[in-house]
Ligand binder design. Structure first.
Ligand SMILES: [Zn+2]
Ligand SMILES: [Zn+2]
Length: 267
């Protein structure tokens, strides 16, 4: 029959997670949870207390899987290597495959007496609280990773990570564009011609936009550093205002007279 190198197959089967010839340490599963915040919370950042059901480390045995007082002994199934060799028939003949030991799940050790609380798993399903700080500037659809807050591994391995997927509900006043904010305002024809000061809202509070005399419809004004906080930086994006000049569809008799007079002056 054909013989295949033992460690190469092991790496091939398990994604190369372990060093050659050594049992691979178990890792708990990653968990994902969704959190919805409002737009202004994405500007200021917000702390949240999450309650999630996950596999936590067993408190009776401190995660070892052994009954308190019992020792960990070498696994008889694999002789402490954490791997067992399986033979299977293939097209090329008998094939030898290394697989994780089903009894010790790769650790090479088993408790002399398994913990009664967790049946020797070292972990148990529980509700747990996780405090997270959602940073200022987070965007809709981004995820935070909290290392070690996922499922506990079997028998004192490395815990998985918790991914917190953030949904940001939109705000009617502001449109986010990267680190910048965009908004539209409508001004009157006289204000566009003569210029005016307009009070507007930004994500960082109210400010005054100076609309200069002779402003055209569609013109864009930039207010520097009044946009979104840049994630993990002490900078801010900009706030852009697009101005639309509204042409009145109806005029009073007096207004009409003035416009006709103005037209006459231009001829
Ligand atoms: Zn236990
Ligand atoms: Zn074993």
């Amino acid at each position: 029959g054909q013989r295949v190198d033992f460690s190469d197959l092991f790496e091939g089967f398990f994604g190369g997670g372990g060093r050659r010839g050594q049992p691979r340490e178990e890792r708990g599963d990653d968990r994902e949870i969704s959190v919805t915040i409002n737009f202004m919370e994405s500007v200021s950042g917000v702390a949240r207390e999450l309650r999630i059901r996950k596999l936590g480390s067993c408190k009776t045995c401190s995660g070892s899987g052994a009954e308190p007082g019992a020792k960990l002994v070498t696994c008889e199934e694999c002789g402490g290597t954490g791997q067992v060799v399986r033979q299977s028939q293939s097209f090329f003949g008998m094939l030898q495959q290394a697989v994780l030991c089903p009894k010790c799940r790769g650790s090479g050790k088993v408790p002399e007496k398994p913990c009664k609380t967790c049946s020797g798993e070292g972990r148990i399903a529980e509700d747990s609280n996780v405090s997270i700080d959602i940073p200022a500037g987070i965007a809709d659809g981004q995820s935070l990773r909290i290392r070690g807050s996922g499922d506990a591994a079997r028998q004192n391995g490395t815990s998985g990570d918790l991914y917190v997927r953030i949904t940001v509900t939109p705000d009617k006043r502001f449109v986010r564009d990267g680190d910048d904010i965009r908004m539209e305002i409508v001004i009157t024809v006289p204000d566009a011609i003569l210029g005016t000061d307009i009070s507007i809202e930004t994500v960082l509070g109210p400010t005054t936009l100076k609309v200069p005399a002779g402003t055209q419809s569609g013109q864009v004004f930039r207010i520097k550093h009044k946009g979104m906080p840049v994630l993990n930086a002490s900078r801010f994006g900009d706030h852009y205002v697009t101005v639309t000049v509204e042409i009145p569809a109806k005029l009073s008799r007096e207004e009409r007279k003035l416009v006709e007079e103005w037209k006459r002056l231009q001829q």
